[in-house]
Design a protein around this ligand. Structure first.
Ligand SMILES: Nc1ncnc2c1ncn2[C@@H]1O[C@H](COP(=O)(O)OP(=O)(O)O)[C@@H](O)[C@H]1O
Ligand SMILES: [Mg+2]
Length: 227
């Protein structure tokens, strides 16, 4: 059984003549521990696919099973549990809370868990340390460089120990060198066992991944191992 199973998934936004087919009949399995790049032109359905995998959006047709559970059958409580414990997102523009300190940003996903304040502190500081930004803990995101902000977003993704990391163009607003640093971090997290799925336009970024899926007009047109 694959951890992520998409079966004939379609997604249509809007209605009638205003509708857009974002995904069409996508069937895809992703195993625990995989390191996957999703490539394709702008508007091809990459973000829609990632959002469905991340339980942030629902398909119009088809079936999505995560850990052998049909996601459409989960109630709201079960869904938020999945979002808070199983899956973490990283975005192009980091999506940090700008009025919160870096420390508070990383602690935020833990507010859903029953953990003592002291243990939370240990977890947050560990995550910040593992990304070499522990000295930035008390700053606001706006006081950090882009690369540091993305590190903070990764630290936030690690704080809940969720085993799937979904990244939508995580290097898209970073310079090349910083983008590579971020990819080195994601690569080492994958070596440590995390399942990582990254959307990118950039073949050099996709080259870090072990499997490259290409989508065009909402359909998978290529799915190959990167050897
Ligand atoms: N919330 C939405 N409402 C209407 N159309 C949308 C919405 N989100 C995406 N789309 C459309 O669906 C298609 C796929 O979008 P998206 O998944 O964002 O593509 P990508 O991430 O590959 O650029 C595009 O035509 C886009 O305009
Ligand atoms: Mg997108």
């Amino acid at each position: 059984m694959s951890m992520i199973q998409l079966e004939n998934i379609s997604k249509i936004y809007g209605k009638n003549s205003f509708s857009t087919i974002a995904l069409q009949d996508v069937t895809l399995n992703i195993e625990k521990g995989e390191y996957v790049a999703i490539m394709g032109p702008s508007g091809s359905g990459k973000s829609t696919l990632l959002n469905i995998i991340g339980c942030m959006d629902t398909q119009t047709a088809g079936k999505y099973k995560l850990n052998d559970k049909d996601v459409s059958l989960l109630n709201n409580k079960e869904l938020s549990l999945v979002r808070n414990t199983t899956i973490s997102f990283i975005f192009q523009h980091f999506a940090l809370m700008k009025d919160y300190s870096i420390y508070d940003n990383v602690e935020l996903p833990l507010s859903f868990k029953k953990i003592s304040k002291k243990n939370k502190k240990a977890i947050v500081m560990n995550c910040l340390k593992s990304l070499n930004i522990e000295d930035q803990a008390n700053k606001k995101p706006g006081q950090l460089s882009g690369g540091q902000q993305q590190r903070a977003a990764i630290a936030r993704a690690l704080s809940t120990e969720s085993h799937i990391i979904l990244a939508d163009e995580p290097t898209g607003s970073l310079d090349q060198k910083t983008g590579k640093d971020i990819m080195d971090i994601l690569t080492s997290l994958n070596r440590g066992g995390k399942t990582i799925i990254i959307i990118t336009h950039d073949p050099q970024i996709a080259a870090y991944c072990k499997r490259i899926i290409t989508i065009n007009d909402g359909t998978i047109v290529k799915d190959e191992l990167n050897t």
